[in-house]
Design a protein around this ligand. Structure first.
Ligand code: BGC
Length: 786
C-alpha cells in the first residue's frame, strides 16, 4: 500500500482506534479495525522452528502447540559459522509459517553471551557481535524471503534472566557500541528485519520500551531503521512513554489504550507522534497480508534440513589418536539416556512441539548396525542422582565393546527461559559416569548436549569429544553420520568454554544488586577477555577440529599502508592436506597497536566457511573497511581509528594465530579527552604541543627555584651549565637525573619528574607567566585543538 493511501487511512481513524492499534488483540494477533478493512496479523514464537500456540489453559504443550520442525537453536547454529545454511533454514521456517498462516516469527535472538549462566544462552548466537550479526542476518534474510516477518530480539543489553522484568543493565557508552549494539546494527543494515522487539530490562535505569536513546536516536536516526518496533510480551509499563520513545506496538493485548487517548487530549503526547506509529503499523500489516501464500509444508524435507544443519554445526573438540571416525564394523556401546532421548532444545517460549525426533540409537539401528546400550543415568530431575547399579551396568557394557560412546550433558530442567543457572557444573552423576567408564576402557568418545558452557573436569579422560550443543529434532542421525565420518565435522565454537565459572569476565558483577547490574568488565567479554588477560580457557572461541587437516599460506594485504577512510583487501590460501573432503572456518582477527586507547588484544573481523576436497586449495578474500579498525571514541561519540600498526591475523581460533601481516593505518591524532588543569602531570602537559612549549620555556625557573629552597643541590644544575630563564628540554632533565644517580629503573629520575603535577612548576614561574596560565589551560582544553 502506498504511503499516501496509508496517510489517508490514518486520517479516517478515530483517536480511540489509533490508540487501540498500538497494542495487541490478544496474545498473538494485532488489532484489526473492521470498519476500515484493516486486518490483523498473527505473530508466533520460534525462532528455531515454529511454536504456533493457541492459548488454552490446562492443556499439555503438545495439545496447544502445532507440530513443527525443531531446528537446532541459535547456540548450535552459530557453531556452523555458515551463512548459507542458516539462510536456507530461515527459508524453510518461512515456508512453514506460510503453511500455518503465521505472519511474524518472533526471533532471532542475538543478545551477547555475557555470562555462561544466562538461562537463555541457548537462544543466542555468540559472545562475538560479528558472528551474531552475520548469522542473524542470514536467518532474517531467509525467513523474510518467504514473505514472513521476523522480530529481532531482545533490543538490547538483555543478558540475564534473573529478575528479567526490572533489572537495569548499567553499561557505558563504549561497551554498548562495541559489544551490545553491533549485532543489531548489522542485521538492521544488512537484512532489514520487519520488526525489532524491545526487551524487558532497563538500560541505565530506563526500561527498553521507553528508551528513546536506543529506539529512536540510535535505531531510527543513526541506523536508518524505519520498520516496526514491538515490545516484548509485557515489557511496556507506560504506553505513552513507549510511543514517545519509538515503541510502536505493545504486546500482548493491553487495557490501557485510554491512557494514550488522554495523553493526546491533554497535550502530553502529540497526535503526530501517535500517527507516526500507526502509519508504520498499517504499512507492516498490509504488506504482510499481501505476502500471504499459504501452501503445504514438507515436514520430511524440513526434518532432513534440520539434520544437515545439526551435522554442519557439531564441534569436534578433541580427537586423540584419531579415535574418530569410527569403523562401522567395530563393536560399539552407547551409554547414557541421551542416546535414546536426546536433549535437543531449551525450555520456554522457544520450545517447539517437534514433529518427529530421531535419537542416535534410532539412527544407528536404522542403518542396520547393532549397538550395545546402557542407560548410565536418569535425567528425570526427581530421580537423578548417583545410581550405582546403572554405573556398574555401564562399565560392564563398555568392557564388551571396542569403542564406547557416552552421551552426556545438561538435563532439560537446568536450562530454560526465565531462570539463570546458579553454577556451570554438569550433574555429578554424569561426571562420575564419564570418569569411571574412561578409567575402565581405553576407547571412549563423549557426546555433549548443552545450551551453554559447562565445566568438564574429566576433559582429559575420553579420547574424543563431540559437542552437539542442542541439535534439534534430527540430532541423532547427525551424530551418527559424524561418528562414522559420513559427515566430516566442521563446527567451531562461537563462544569460549571457560575452565570454571569464576574465570568468566562478568563473574564478579553478574546478577547485580539493588536492581542494577554493572557491566564493569566493559568491552572485555568472551575471548576479548581471555586473550587479553592471558587466561587459558578449556577450549577457545573459534576452536573446532576436522577429520582432515588444513594448511594456510600466502597471506596478502592489498596495501601495507592505508589512510583511515580507505578499505583493505586481505587474501589467504587454504589447502586441504588431509584425505577427507572437509569444511573449514577461516577466521580473520585484527590486533590493534598499543596506543592510548585500551583495546582487546585481538578481535574477530571476518570469517568464511569453505569446503575443500582433499588436496584442493582455495583463496579466501576479506574486504575490510574503516570500521574494522575503529573503536568507539567517548570524546567525540563516534567511531575513530587510532593511528598505528595493526596486525591482520589468521587464526585457527581466537588463541592460535597461524599467519599475520602488518598494515600501517594513518589517521588524524585522537582528541586527548584530558581536561587540563593545574593538577595535570608534567608528562601529560608535555605531550600537548602548547604544554610542551610552556614546560620547556619555564623549566629553568623551576630548577633554580628548587635549588633555592634546598630541594636539589646547586651542583646538579651547574654541571649542565644552564642559567635562570634558559629553555630546558627533557634530555637535560634526564642528564640531571643521571648525574644525581636517580635515573635507573623505569620509575627513577625523569619518570618521577614527569609524574609531578604542573602546579609544582607553575609555583616557580614569574608572576606575569602565572597570570597567563589560565588562558593557556583554556586553549589546551579547546576540544579538537590538536
Ligand atoms: C519472551 C520473548 C517471546 C515472547 C512471546 C517473552 O516472554 O521474552 O522472547 O517472543 O515472550 O512468547
Amino acid at each position: 500500500m502506498t504511503k499516501n493511501k496509508i496517510k489517508d487511512l490514518v486520517s479516517r481513524l478515530t483517536l480511540e482506534e489509533k490508540a487501540g492499534l498500538t497494542s495487541g488483540l490478544n496474545n498473538w494477533l494485532t488489532k484489526p479495525v473492521d470498519r476500515l478493512g484493516i486486518p490483523s496479523v498473527r505473530t508466533s514464537d520460534g525462532p528455531h522452528g515454529l511454536r504456533l500456540q493457541e492459548s488454552e489453559v490446562n492443556k499439555k504443550l503438545e495439545e496447544i502447540t502445532a507440530p513443527a520442525v525443531c531446528f537446532p537453536p541459535a547456540c548450535t547454529l552459530a557453531c556452523s559459522f555458515d551463512r548459507e545454511l542458516i539462510k536456507r533454514m530461515g527459508e524453510e521456517i518461512g515456508k512453514e509459517c506460510q503453511a500455518y498462516g503465521v505472519d511474524v516469527i518472533l526471533g532471532p535472538g542475538v543478545n551477547m553471551k555475557r555470562s555462561s549462566l544466562c538461562g537463555r544462552n541457548f537462544e543466542y548466537f555468540s559472545e562475538d557481535p560479528l558472528v551474531a550479526g552475520e548469522l542473524g542476518s542470514a536467518y532474517v534474510s531467509g525467513v523474510q524471503s518467504q514473505g514472513v516477518a521476523t522480530s529481532l530480539k531482545h533490543f538490547f543489553a538483555n543478558n540475564q534472566e534473573y529478575r528479567r522484568m526490572d533489572w537495569s543493565s548499567d553499561l557505558d557508552e563504549r561497551t554498548m557500541r562495541e559489544i551490545y549494539l553491533p549485532a543489531f546494527e548489522t542485521i538492521v543494515k544488512k537484512a532489514s528485519p520487519a520488526t525489532i522487539m524491545a526487551s524487558y530490562n532497563k538500560i541505565n535505569g530506563i526500561h527498553s520500551t521507553a528508551n528513546k536513546q536506543g529506539l529512536t536516536d540510535i535505531l531510527r536516526e543513526e541506523w536508518g531503521y524505519d520498520n516496526l518496533v514491538i515490545s516484548d510480551w509485557g515489557a511496556t509499563h507506560d504506553r505513552v512513554a513507549a510511543i514517545k520513545a519509538g515503541c510502536d506496538i505493545t504486546m500482548p493485548a493491553e487495557k490501557t489504550d485510554d491512557n494514550i487517548v488522554k495523553a493526546v487530549l491533554n497535550g502530553e503526547l502529540l497526535e503526530e507522534e501517535l500517527n507516526a506509529c500507526v502509519e508504520r503499523i498499517l504499512q507492516f500489516v498490509f504488506e504482510l497480508v499481501e505476502n500471504r501464500k499459504g501452501g503445504n509444508f514438507d515436514f520430511e524435507g524440513g526434518h532432513k534440513l534440520a539434520e544437515e544443519v545439526a551435522a554442519g554445526s557439531i564441534v569436534l573438540l578433541k580427537n586423540e589418536e584419531k579415535q574418530l571416525p569410527l569403523n562401522k564394523k567395530a563393536k560399539i556401546a552407547f551409554i547414557g539416556e541421551f542416546a535414546k532421548s536426546p536433549r535437543y532444545q531449551g525450555g520456554g517460549s522457544s520450545h517447539v512441539n517437534s514433529k518427529s525426533v530421531k535419537s542416535a540409537f534410532d539412527a544407528i539401528t536404522s542403518l542396520g548396525l547393532s549397538v550395545m546400550y546402557a542407560q548410565g543415568y536418569e535425567t528425570d530431575a526427581r530421580k537423578a542422582s548417583n545410581n550405582p547399579e546403572l554405573l556398574t551396568e555401564a562399565i560392564e557394557v563398555a568392557k564388551n565393546a571396542d569403542v564406547t560412546v557416552i552421551f552426556a550433558g545438561l538435563p532439560e530442567n537446568m536450562e530454560t527461559e526465565g531462570v539463570d543457572r546458579s553454577h556451570m557444573r554438569m550433574p555429578e552423576y554424569q561426571n562420575e559416569l564419564i570418569r569411571s567408564v574412561c578409567n575402565a576402557v581405553p576407547n571412549t568418545v563423549v557426546i555433549m548436549h548443552h545450551g551453554a558452557p559447562v565445566e568438564m573436569p574429566w576433559v582429559d579422560a575420553p579420547k574424543a569429544i563431540l559437542d552437539t550443543y542442542l541439535g534439534g529434532e534430527s540430532i541423532g542421525k547427525a551424530v551418527v553420520d559424524v561418528l562414522f565420518g559420513d559427515v566430516n565435522p566442521s563446527g567451531h565454537l562461537a563462544e569460549t568454554l571457560p575452565v570454571k565459572l569464576s574465570d568468566n569476565p562478568s563473574y564478579l558483577f553478574y546478577g547485580g544488586e539493588n536492581g542494577h547490574v554493572s557491566y564493569s568488565e566493559g568491552i572485555y567479554i568472551g575471548y576479548r577477555y581471555y586473550e587479553t588477560k592471558e587466561l587459558k580457557p578449556l577450549f577457545p572461541f573459534g576452536h573446532g577440529l576436522s577429520y582432515t587437516d588444513f594448511k594456510y599460506g600466502n597471506l596478502k594485504l592489498s596495501k601495507s599502508e592505508v589512510n583511515s577512510s580507505e578499505g583493505l583487501n586481505v587474501s589467504v590460501d587454504v589447502t586441504n592436506i588431509g584425505k577427507y573432503t572437509g569444511k573449514d572456518v577461516v577466521q580473520l582477527y585484527i590486533a590493534p597497536p598499543k596506543g592510548t586507547i585500551k583495546r582487546p588484544v585481538r578481535e574477530l573481523r571476518g570469517f568464511e566457511k569453505i569446503e575443500l576436497l582433499s588436496g584442493e586449495t582455495k583463496t579466501v578474500i576479506f574486504e575490510l573497511n574503516a570500521r574494522e579498525f575503529s573503536h568507539w571514541n567517548i570524546v567525540t561519540h563516534s567511531w575513530l581509528i587510532e593511528e598505528g600498526e595493526y596486525t591482520v591475523q589468521i587464526g585457527e581460533n581466537a588463541h592460535d594465530i597461524i599467519l599475520s601481516e602488518i598494515v600501517k593505518v594513518n589517521a588524524p591524532k585522537l582528541p586527548s579527552g584530558l581536561k587540563y588543569s593545574d593538577l595535570t602531570t608534567i608528562g601529560d602537559f608535555y605531550a600537548h604541543p602548547l604544554g610542551k612549549e610552556f614546560v620547556e620555556a619555564n623549566l629553568g625557573y623551576m630548577l633554580f627555584g628548587m635549588v633555592n629552597i634546598g630541594m636539589i643541590p646547586a651542583a646538579l644544575i651547574q654541571a649542565i651549565g644552564i642559567k635562570e630563564g634558559d629553555r630546558v628540554n627533557l634530555e637535560l632533565i634526564n642528564t640531571i637525573a643521571e648525574n644525581a644517580g636517580t635515573a635507573q629503573g623505569e620509575s627513577g629520575g625523569i619518570a618521577v619528574f614527569l609524574a609531578l603535577s604542573i602546579n609544582m612548576l607553575v609555583g616557580f614561574v614569574p608572576e606575569e607567566t602565572k597570570e597567563k596560565f589560565a588562558t593557556l589551560l583554556d586553549e589546551m582544553n579547546w576540544t579538537g585543538s590538536f
